[in-house]
Design a binder for this molecule. Structure first.
Ligand SMILES: [Cu+2]
Length: 463
């Protein structure tokens, strides 16, 4: 790491305007690019140290990267691994060359190669990063990290806590399973991990000022798991989903009305800690009918006696509202693969078989020449996509480079939220609207990585 970069230890530092707690954080605070290097790591995920993890820090989880809305961000990402890689900035509307999709926007990076990513985030909020080449391998081994794009005038809170939710597939001795996924899982709902973590810890505990206001950022970076979150012990509300402020805030999730976060999705929660020292707020996920604890926030010190009503609301991000009257409509059907054999190609870990398809066509492979876009759009025009899930499995569908609005579902009323990742439930049909305001070829795929890698992938073009 370059010493000019502002590096904050775990839970150590306080900045004006709110304490930073949680995971390791780096801030891009100089004109020179942040230096990030993919490297092997080892970490005590369980009682045994887990070898052969992948991170951007020595023997620590990938850092939370902080950048500022409207300020240039740049990073030199170096591949310190023997495998190829590329880096994707999930949810951030970047120029196409910065999107990190192998063959589509850049050539995969070989060992010791460096790629300079630079972009100016237009939207504030909570995002994340992960590789898009050897995705299954590197994500399963740990390479998923949170990005915070700070607002130009962020609301003042007493703590800003980012939580990276993900599983690891470990054997009882704490080492990775020989198979990071199974073909059986890939053909169904995905292969779940065996150890559920928050910020790489099984029982994540963070202190926050008693009676204080906390911004809690929950980020689902697991390759497979769909979280059903429940929050107990606090007052508050959900103020943003998938980076974008909600026009109508949502109540905190309860057991009866849990918050679904599927792979790739995020939630920003503003909450008030209880007044008593030592009193706790608990975030859990539902496993069947059982609540599995993920995060404990423990009150510290004398109550600050804060009031949630004092929080300044978040400003909406500068997104273009689609013109639904003139929008061109396209159907996209997500389902089984009609065949079952794909080709092994390229440097990015293609499976060599397919189970899934978009519009009856499985993705031919990242490196296959001549693949055509699913949809070609005109720059500046509005579009409505009708996304149809023809399968009994759930698919978090992620679009790169463009933010869309959820318009409707055949399964009931939906909140008209802005997002980059929408979960399609069993046999669900969702309509989304967008303005094609970012030119380039944009990956469009399921974020259950096993589904993506076994055919449920494609791209759209904006020209
Ligand atoms: Cu899927």
């Amino acid at each position: 790491m370059d010493r000019r970069q502002f590096i904050l230890g775990a839970g150590a530092a306080t900045l004006a305007g709110g304490g930073l707690a949680g995971a390791w954080q780096v801030r891009h605070a100089s004109a020179s690019p942040l230096a990030l290097k993919l490297q092997k790591a080892r970490y005590f995920l369980t009682e045994d140290i887990t070898e052969n993890m992948v991170s951007l820090l020595p023997d620590a989880p990938p850092p939370v990267i902080r950048m500022r809305q409207g300020d240039l961000f740049s990073a030199d990402v170096t591949n310190g691994l023997a495998d190829y890689t590329s880096m994707h900035w999930h949810g951030i509307r970047v120029p196409n060359k910065m999107d990190g999709v192998p063959y589509l926007t850049q050539f995969p990076m070989a060992e010791e190669e460096t790629y300079r990513y630079s972009f100016t985030p237009e939207d504030a909020g909570t995002y994340w990063y992960h590789p898009h080449c050897m995705t299954m391998e590197q994500m399963a081994r740990g390479l998923t990290g949170i990005i915070i794009v700070e607002e130009r005038d962020p609301p003042t809170v007493d703590a800003d806590i980012a939580v990276n939710l993900r599983d690891f597939r470990l054997k009882s001795n704490g080492q990775f399973e020989d198979k990071l996924f199974t073909a059986k899982g890939a053909a169904r709902g995905g292969t779940k991990g065996t150890v559920i973590t928050a910020n790489w810890q099984r029982k994540y505990l963070e202190e926050a000022p008693a009676g204080g206001l906390v911004r809690l950022r929950l980020v689902a970076t697991d390759p497979t798991r769909i979280y059903k979150l429940v929050l107990a012990g606090a007052q508050g509300m959900i103020v943003a989903l998938d980076g974008h402020p909600l026009s109508v805030k949502q109540p905190l999730p309860t057991e009866k009305n849990s918050l679904i976060l599927s792979p790739g999705q995020r939630a920003d929660i503003m909450l008030r800690m209880p007044d008593g020292e030592g009193q706790e707020v608990l975030v859990s996920t539902l496993l069947g009918y059982r609540q599995h604890g993920l995060v404990r926030l423990k009150g510290r010190g004398m109550t600050l006696k804060r009031d949630l009503r004092d929080l300044r609301p978040l400003h909406p991000n500068p997104l273009s509202e689609p013109d639904l009257k003139t929008a061109e409509r396209h159907d996209l059907i997500f389902g089984w693969s009609p065949e079952g054999n794909g080709t092994r190609n390229g440097f990015c870990g293609s499976f060599g078989y397919t189970f899934w398809s978009i519009n009856k066509t499985p993705w031919a492979g990242d490196a296959v020449q001549g693949t055509q876009p699913l949809v070609t759009m005109k720059l500046g025009r509005s579009y409505i996509f009708r996304l149809q899930n023809e399968s009994p499995n759930q698919h978090p569908i992620h679009l790169h480079g463009l933010t869309f609005k959820v318009l409707s579902s055949n399964l009931g009323a939906v909140a008209p939220i802005w997002t980059d990742t929408v979960l399609l439930r069993k046999n669900e049909i969702v309509e989304i609207g967008l303005v094609a305001d970012n030119p380039g070829d944009w990956a469009f795929h399921c974020h259950v990585i096993e589904h993506q890698k076994s055919g449920l992938a494609g791209f759209v073009r904006v020209v």
